[in-house]
Ligand binder design. Sequence first.
Ligand code: PDD
Length: 284
Amino acid sequence: MIFAILNGKLIERNQAKMDIEDRGYQFGDGVYEVIRVYNGKMFTLQEHLERFERSTKSIGVSLPYTMDQLKSLLLELVEKNNLRLGIIYMQITRGVAPRNHAFPEENVEPTLVAYTREMTRPKDELQTGVKTILTEDIRWLRCDIKSLNLLGNILAKQKAVEHGCFEAIQHRGQNVTEGSSSNIFMVKNGIVITHESNHLILKGITKDVILGLCSASGIPVNERAFTLKELAEADEVFLSSTVAEVMPIIEVEGKVVGNGEPGSITRKIQELFVNEIEKQCGAL
Ligand code: PDD
């Protein structure tokens, strides 16, 4: 039997039902997290919980659980579902109320949902690298909030898929922001460059782990916006996310990156990242 969490209770996944006037369903009025599970252990759990809390605060939803309560609920969920390798999806919405754009007046309980899915690591792609396209970033100006409103991201990803690509690299004018569901990095002359974590991108947990690993291993990093022209002239390009880890990019918009193979700094960062996973969660 597979379980899910609905409003603080572990229930059968098939029994988890939402009201049609839940504000997450109607307005995308909520925030979410995706957490990786390796060997039955949650990777960077604390960081995800902290970002979840930040996201809820930024939309004025108060979390009805302490961080410790949330942590034990997720632990119980992973254990009950006997999840070894996969993800936890967790979201909270402003709750159920008669449809009205403004926040509900009376105190409405937020709706919290969490469930797990088995998911393997993208081993082949991590080895060979992936292709990407470019697309204008049409999203709002609070991309730092991990909001349920993902239409801009969805349209970007669909365009990538229709072009036989793994990811769409978004740009605002000449500046690269991030992927549809990942952060984007380029390497030039041995320096790793990635957009600063401001309102234009999501502050990726994987991105922050990578930045920490680079700084600990003496790989120079420059956290700043870079242009499409710089991207076209990059020695190496890669993306990062909870599900894709450190993924080499070997093609951007039909143009080969470097010599068409994952670069040496990307390989080094992949190795450091796997070591970090193994440190937290055991051998892969
Ligand atoms: N997406 N940028 C965007 C727009 C994202 O949606 C994600 C993650 C990231 C990477 O963040 P992290 O390293 O914390 O996963 C960056 C998740 C995985 C998703 O929506 O499925």
